[in-house]
Every structure is written in C-alpha cells, then in structure tokens.
Design a protein. Structure first.
Length: 128
C-alpha cells in the first residue's frame, strides 16, 4: 500500500532529497514550502504522515504543529537541525509525535516513519 507523505519545509534542497529518499519506498510525497500551504494540504490531501521542519519564515513549525492538532491527529515527525532538549520538548508539547535531528540516515528516517504509521494504525483499529 502506498504511503501518503506530506513534507513541510522551506528548504528546497531538503524537500528534493526527501522525495528522492522516500519515493523508492512506494510512497507518494507531496511538498509544501510554507506553513499555510502545508496546513491547506493536510486538509486536502489527507496524508498518513507529516514530516515537518521547525525553522521556517512567517509560520514556524511549532505554530504549524499546533494548528494541525486543532483538526487532525495525523502523525507528525519533526525533522530539524535544532539539537536542543528544550526545543525538542517544545515540539512534542506542540503536538509532534517524534523528533529527528538532521543530519539523519535514510534508514533511521524510514524506521521512525514506519513506527509512527504502525502506532497510528493500531490506534485506528482500537477505535473501531
């Protein structure tokens, strides 16, 4: 089954790299380069997982995460260069499900994504 992934990041080189890494896994990858577009795509595209950067202009990743949590429980994986325990905690408090620090190996990224998807599927099964 194809995974629907939404990447929200203003760094075009990073979004291109993530598309290259994730498409061979059988994933459909959509990209938003700003927070407002990302939030709109969450509503329209209904991804199974969101990969979100924290440092973006206008609307940062914490704000995006909080807004998404007002209408969705889609797993959010933060992928950021910020390596600070306080910022990690703030991202998790904002509603993120996991936090990875760049640079990260493709195998670690995919393993964390699969773990979040597995937990989300288990939660869905228990709701039925």
């Amino acid at each position: 089954m194809m995974k629907k992934i939404l990447v929200i990041d203003d760094d075009l080189a990073m979004t291109d790299l993530l598309k290259l890494l994730l498409r061979p896994t059988g994933s459909e990858v959509r990209v938003a380069n700003d927070g407002r577009t990302g939030i709109d795509l969450v509503k329209k595209y209904s991804p199974q997982i969101i990969i979100l950067d924290l440092m973006m202009p206008e609307m940062d990743g914490w704000q995006i995460c909080k807004e998404i949590r007002t209408f969705s429980n889609i797993p959010i994986l933060i992928l950021s260069a910020l390596d600070n325990p306080g910022l990690v905690a703030a991202a998790l408090d904002a509603g993120a499900d996991d936090y990875l620090i760049k640079p990260v190996t493709s195998s670690a990224l995919i393993a964390h994504m699969n773990n979040l998807l597995r937990r989300a599927n288990l939660e869905k099964q228990h709701m039925v």
